[in-house]
Design a protein around this ligand. Structure first.
Ligand code: 5RP
Length: 244
């Protein structure tokens, strides 16, 4: 599992704290990234100890880890729908979490996220949005009063240049994400490409989310607005849990 910056001990505390929220019978959305991986490992330990849960992976990587950990798995299409059990909680990391405050003329209320550092945000959004409770797990390096990190957008390969033009029109500067260990672009689990888009400070995440979602060729963008219920922040000495 790929890791980003931030202290691994703090990520572990956050992930393990959220994993404690699962109870017998729960269907649990399994996020992607190094912090969510700590939650999956802790859930695996709890399954070994007798906890009865099923996991809904959000990526190839989280599926593999859940399998290694012996966590029974369910596809999203089986979990959600008229005959499905639904998803009780989802546990997922983030690249940036808005803590709230004024941003330009708008007020960022807090709990808005930028996700997609691992290019898994399309499935992550499906799972996180479907869950009754969405628990975000981060270390303090991810917290910021406002969202100003580069925003990942998954695009249909044929729509890459059209979406790039729309992003520029919306005030962003897109860069095609390239793979570290192969010549060429990152290809998502869904066979698409990723544009990392620098918007500077995102003063109105809800409005930008609506604009991007309405852009042809956009499969999914990494702004998660109004989805998080709790943010578990691992610190040097413990965990802080903020209700959103
Ligand atoms: O959105 C994600 C993957 O698409 C990850 O949750 C996000 O990149 C955070 O990863 P990490 O916990 O390794 O910092």
């Amino acid at each position: 599992m790929k890791t980003s910056g931030g202290s691994d001990a703090a990520k572990r505390r956050a992930g393990e704290s959220a994993a404690e929220a699962a109870t017998d019978g729960d269907v649990v959305g399994l996020g992607t990234g190094s912090t969510a991986a700590h939650a999956i490992r802790r859930l695996g330990d709890r399954v070994d100890a007798g906890l009865d849960v099923r996991g809904v992976p959000t990526s190839f990587a989280s599926r593999e880890l859940a399998a290694e950990e012996g966590i029974p798995r369910l596809d999203l299409s089986e979990a959600v729908g008229p005959d499905g059990p639904g998803i009780d909680i989802a546990i997922d990391g983030a690249d940036q979490v808005a803590t709230g405050g004024e941003a330009g003329d708008a007020l960022v209320s807090g709990g808005e996220l930028i996700k997609g550092g691992g290019a898994a945000h399309a499935r992550e959004k499906l799972v996180d949005a479907a869950a009754d409770r969405f628990l975000v797990v981060v270390d303090p390096s991810k917290e910021s009063p406002r969202l100003d990190r580069s925003l990942p957008i998954e695009v249909l390969p044929a729509g890459r240049t059209a979406v790039a033009a729309a992003v520029r029109e919306a005030g962003g500067e897109p860069t095609l994400r390239r793979a570290d260990r192969k010549d060429g672009p990152v290809v998502t689990d869904n066979g698409n490409l990723v544009l990392d888009c620098a918007f500077g400070e995102i003063t109105d995440p809800a409005a930008l989310s609506t604009t991007l979602s309405a852009t042809p060729g956009v499969v999914e963008h990494g702004l998660f607005v109004g989805l998080a219920d709790e943010v578990h922040v691992g610190t040097a000495s413990g965990v802080r849990v903020d209700e959103v």
